[in-house]
Design a protein around this ligand. Structure first.
Ligand SMILES: [Fe+2]
Ligand SMILES: [Fe+2]
Length: 148
């Protein structure tokens, strides 16, 4: 898959996160808690990588190019903290095999994540794509893709 813009790449990554999480929920819904916990670890790793590349690579470029340090990046950083807390709560529920605690933590998570993603997809990503030259944009997409 070839990505030419930040929006294309990070939207693809959001979709990958959503699909992985949906599979976790299918397993947990069937009461298959050990495999749900294994897949959740993959989801957790993918999510932490996504947040890491946004905060360490994307946001410094965004703030440098737009001069905005108290706008979309500040909101996203704050929302990441809530997302991570909800992930930790879901993880511990899965490890303990508690589907009721998992569902409770999932409710909190799903109250945060869709609006967080929607905001990034409509504001932060298009703004950074617009602020960059074609060459700078391709360079940034490569840095995001190659980050561990
Ligand atoms: Fe984010
Ligand atoms: Fe994101």
């Amino acid at each position: 898959m070839t990505f030419r813009t930040v929006t294309e790449y990070l939207l693809w990554d959001h979709d990958r996160l959503d699909a992985t999480f949906a599979q976790v929920c299918v397993l947990a819904g069937r009461g298959e808690m050990p495999p749900a916990a294994v897949l959740f670890d993959r989801f957790h790793n993918l999510m932490m990588r996504h947040i890491r590349i946004e905060e360490a690579i994307l946001m410094p470029v965004f703030e440098g190019k737009t001069g905005l340090t108290s706008g979309p990046t500040e909101a996203s950083r704050r929302e990441h903290k809530g997302v991570i807390e909800a992930i930790i709560a879901m993880k511990s529920a899965l490890k303990n095999g508690s589907s009721s605690r998992f569902l409770e933590a999932r409710r909190k998570f799903l109250s945060l994540l869709p609006s967080h993603h929607a905001k990034e997809e409509t504001l932060m990503y298009p703004m950074i794509d617009q602020a960059l030259t074609d060459e700078e944009r391709l360079d940034l997409v490569t840095r995001l893709e190659e980050a561990i």
